[in-house]
Design a protein around this ligand. Sequence first.
Ligand code: ACM
Ligand code: ZN
Length: 736
Amino acid sequence: MKNKLHGFLLMAAVLFVSAPVLAQLNIIPLPEKVEERGSPFVIRAQTKISFEKGLKPQAELLAAALSPATGFDFILEEAKTATKGIVLRTGNSGSANKESYRLSVNKDLIQINGQSSAGVFYGIQTLLQMLPVEIYNKQRQKSMNWQVKGVLIEDAPLYPWRGMMLDVSRYFFGKDYVLRFIDMMAMYKMNTLHLHLTDDAGWRMEIKKYPKLTSIGAWRGVGPERTGGYYTQEDMKEMVAYATLRNVDIIPEIELPAHALASIAAYPFLACTGEQHEVPAQHFISKDIYCVGRESTFDFLADVFKETFAIFPSKYIHIGGDEAVYDRWKECPHCQKKKKELGLKTEKELQVYFNQRVQTMVKKYGKTIVGWDEIIEDGLKEKAVGMVWHDEKKAFKAAEAGHYSVMSLTGYCYFDVAESSIPGEIKAAGWLPPISLEKVYQLNPMLKGMDEKYRPLILGASATLWSDQFIHGTILQELPQINEDRSEKYFDYLTFPRMSALAEVCWTPVARQRWTAFEQRLSTHYNRYDQAGYGYRLPQPKLISNEKGDQGYTLKLENTVKGAEIRYTTDGTLPNVHSAVYNGAVTVAKLNDFYAITVMNSNQYSLPLYFPEKYEKFKKYGEFVADWSPSKVKGKDFAVFEMNGSGKISANGSYTLSFWFTEGTSRLDIQSVEIFKNGQKIAEDVHEGFTGGTKKDNEYKFQISNYETGAAFSIKAKVRGDVSNDSNGVVMIRKN
Ligand code: ACM
Ligand code: ZN
C-alpha cells in the first residue's frame, strides 16, 4: 500500500513538473518546445535593448510595446553581441523555417533569435505573452514586477498561411481600424490579411486612372443615409508598411467577374448591358457582372492591377470569382460571340477563360491568383490558390491538379456568424448556424481523407469577417457594454477569442492540440484584450452542477476567465456590475429566475447563463425558431407572422415546423406556412391547425430541394388568436 501510494505520488509529481510549465506560460498559439530554465528576468528602467544590424525596426517596436505600461524609456543599441538586457538577433533559431524563433530567458539576458526578422517579431510576441497582462495597457501601470520566467522556447508555425479576411467593402473600415486589426492579428502570429477591397456595395481603393471608382463607387445611399469611404494610395502604402513590419502580408482582392457593381455604377461600360446602376445599399446577388466578351473589360483590369501592384508587394492577388450568375452573359452578343470563337460550351467555361486571361495578365508581375473555390476548374493555365469556403471537394480537385488551398470553410471560419444561439448574441450574418470557439478549434486544414502527400499544397486557413449583413442594419443586436464605435467593436467581438483558436489550428500540429488545455491558456487572455482596449466576447459562467432539493435548486458555477468575476440575480432580472458576486453555491426556488454573467474589470460582461425553462420541454421538436407573444398576434383575423429561417434551414431535405402554446387566454390558430428563399416562395404547407390547451395538426411539413449557401430564408405563417391576441408560444423546427 505504502509503495503504491509512493508510486502514485511520484507519478503525480512527474506530471506536475512536466505539465504545468506550458499551463503557466499560457502562450497561444502553443509553442513547439518549451523548457523551464533557471531564474527569471526582470525588465527594469535600465534594461537595454540590443539589436543586430538590420533589426532596428523590431527593436523600436519592442520598446514601443513595453514603454507605455512600464513607463520605461529603453536605451536601444546596435551591437554584435550582448550579455545583459534584451538582445535581438537573426539566425540560430533552431529551424530553417523563416518564421521560427528561439527565445531564451535567464536572470541576465533575454535573447530572441529569429530565423528572419519575422521570427524576431514572433519572439517578441511570445515575450509579451509571458509578461503580466498589464503590459498591453497603454497607460503606465504602477508597482508592477515585469518578470519573465526563465525558459528556452523553440518555435515555428505548421502552416505558412494564417489568415483573416476583412470585408471593407460592405462596411468601410477606416485605415486606423485596419492598422489596429493588424496588431490584433500579430498578437497571435497571424500573417495574412486578405482585404476584400471591392464588391457590389463599395469600391475602396483609389485608382488614379479611374477616379469615378471612388468618387462614385465608394459611396452609397442618399441624404443622411449616405455612407462610404476609400483608402488613398498613400493610406494603402502606409497599411502595407505597417503590416510588413509585423510580418503580415496584405493580399488585395479585386472581385471579378461578379460582386463588381460598385465599379459598374462608376463605369457602366464594364458590364454587358451598359446600363447605369446605383451602388446598392442592400446585399443581393447582382446579375450585372463584368462583360467577358469585350476587350475594354480586360484593359480596365490591366490598368487596375498595374496600380494595385505598385502598392501591394504581396505575391498574391485575390480575384474573388464567387457567386457569378450568368444571366447577362447568356444574353450579351459580345459574350456569346466570344464563347463561339473559343468553342466553349458553357458560361462556366467563359469564367475559366476570364480567369486564364487574368492569370496571364498578372503573371508578368510574378503574381499568383487566389480565388474563392469556384475558380478551381480545369483549364487554369498557372498554379492558383483556392480559398475553400463552400465546397470541400474543390480542395481535393485543387490538390490533384497541383493547385494550393486555404481553408475558409463556412462551418469553422465565418467569424461574421454568431458564436452561440443565445438571445442577444452578436452576429453580422445569420444565414449559418453558430460557430463556437470550440468549433473553430476543431478545424483541421488537412481535410478528412486528404492524402498526406498533398500537405505542401494546403497552405493553412483564413477566417472571414464579412460585413454584407451590417448594411441591412437589422441583424446586429445591441449590447450596452459595447455600443460605442458600433461596427468596429462588434468586429473585435466577433474576432476575439475565436482568432486565437484559429491561430493555434494554423500553428500547432494537430497531435499537440488539446481543447481543454487551450481553454485553460485562453482563460488568461481575456484580460489581455481588455488591457489592450480591444472588444472581445466573454464566455458565460460554466454550470458545474444543478441539484434539486427541498429548498429548490442548488447551482454551482465556475468562472473560466482569469481576472473576471461572476455576478448573479435570483429575481429574473438581468445581472449587471452591481449584482451579487458569486462565491459559492447558490440555491434558488425557481430555476428560471436565476441569471449569471461573467464580468471583467467592471466594464465588460458576458451573455447570461440562465435556464429558459419554458422552451426546454420543446427541445424534442427540434431547434427554436421564434416565439410569439400578443404583439405578434394580430387578433381574430389571420395575419402574417414572419420568422427568420436562415441558419435553421441549412441543407436540402424535409423539415417539420411546429407551433407550441405556452400561456395566454387565446389559443393560436394557424392557416398556412410558407417558406421563402431570397424573397421567393419555394415551399408551403396549407392546412388548418391550432395549439392551445389542446392541439390539432400543429405540425407543418415542407421539402427544401434547392438549398443555396448564403441565401436568406424566411418563414411566413398566417396565424390568429381564436379569441384575442393574448397568446404566447414557441415555434420549433426539425430536419427529418
Ligand atoms: C463567399 O462567402 N461568397 C465567398
Ligand atoms: Zn457581355
